[in-house]
Design a protein around this ligand. Sequence first.
Ligand code: ZN
Length: 566
Amino acid sequence: MLRFTPVLTFLLLGAAAFAVARPSLAEDSADLILRHGVFYPVEPAGRVEGSLAVRGGRIVYLGPDAGADRFRGPKTRVIDLAGRAVTPGLIDAHSHLGGLGQALQEVDLKGAATFDEVVRRVREAAGRVPAGSWVRGGGWDQNRWPDKQFPTHDALSAAVPDRPVWLDRVDGHAALVNARAMEILKLDASTKDPSGGRFLRDAQGRPTGVMIDNAKGEMAGRLPGLSLEERQRGLRLAARHCVERGLTTVTDMGIGDPYYQAYDALRRAGELPLRAALFLGDDADLLARWFKRGPEIDPEARLTVRGVKMYIDGALGSRGAALIEPYSDDPNNLGLLVSTGDHLEEVSRRALAAGFQVAVHAIGDRGGLVAIDAMERALGGPKPEARFRLEHSQVLRVQDIQRMARLGIIASMQPTHATSDMPWAGDRVGPARLAGAYAWRKVLDAGGRLALGSDFPVESDDPRLGLYAAVTRQDLQGNPPGGWLPGERLTREEALRGFTLDAAWSLFLDKEVGSLAVGKRADLVVFARDPMTVPVAEIPKAEIDYTVVDGRMVFERGSSERGNGR
Ligand SMILES: [Zn+2]
């Protein structure tokens, strides 16, 4: 691979820009020029000080400030960055935008010190929920309240009589519903307790609204699905939330047609401010339809459907991840495979033939082994262009990390999972297996490709937290000192590449976005403080001033006082 020095890069970029430049015709002038900036193109590595010009949604110039003048016309918006830093738009390679949309609409009841406080928060939120929609919330904990008793629905039903309300307890093992919800769910005195669950009742045997374990599960099964409008509303909210954090491309891992339809309607209406890459869930009918129809590759690269998300095992925290040797803290437990290698192989073959990639959730080393074996059989040998992905890749044997690199299987990893799991991951797998745990550095050292993301809303959607976790392997308080398994830390350049160009590669979007280069779509982020040079502890606080998608401002912080000057 050629490696350009920054100076040579500078000259090459300047020359390329000169070749396409023709002076001062209005139709040739740029729509946007960012001047006096520090640009991190990602490929080639390094930085470029100067200007970037955008026309028709694409980058037409990146180089010295003087060279950008010929792109300036009467309608060009020129922003003086005064030395601010610009990176390619950030990409979350594994996320759930629909899930984030739902999470953002839930009432947060964490920390409520009384039941009255719960009712107050829910009443307030209910006013913003359209008629007919459920009011959802979670996080209440009666142990924080003076009497430490489970609540009853009465005060809640009186405060919100007209809309159904469902409030999860902080641990997810119980929920409280109001009277309107009980009506819809057909929960009354005649409802029997299921095994492994209980509806709390008053002296007359009537449900008080609190449902424990399987009783909650049974009622959850009766909840109506979201309408198209509800899905669209969630996606709009979530997309706006993401562009405010510098994300210009996100994913939705494991969806079905109802969400696809919501995305498609938003795209047609011009209401999708960022790019979304959708991965279909592992459902036989859904896949049969899509494999027949073929991938959807939007010419504007706003909405693509060309991936299939499958599962091979569970999660490490609940000891559902499948391990080759037993859990170090549970010697009779190997975890659980939720699918088979034969199934993964069969779907992978059909996906390949139909033009789709596959992404397999694999958290334990046995899950990884079975999934990589299956992909290898389907690929028939090294095939990086198929862009098969191993999701999470949390615990792997080192030889399997090397095998992934050889086959071109992408490690799709989430840096904040490591910093969330680090307090107990060592208990689960013991010191020897930690060598291949959350091992980003080993992926790169093996010559593999690393696509970074967050798995939001499981973790925070803020990509700055992911960059920070990737380079520090510390929590936000700076613990543990030096970082957890510090040999696996990435440089900032590597972390940025994982959240931009290599994430784009993992979505077949690398020809369009992921780096700042003449000809590419102008997706970029302007930071108030340079995340590539501030002290690492300040990376999460590097404010975003502008987020640009296809050359258009989709987020602008404090637009009135900032940025329009020459
Ligand atoms: Zn996920």
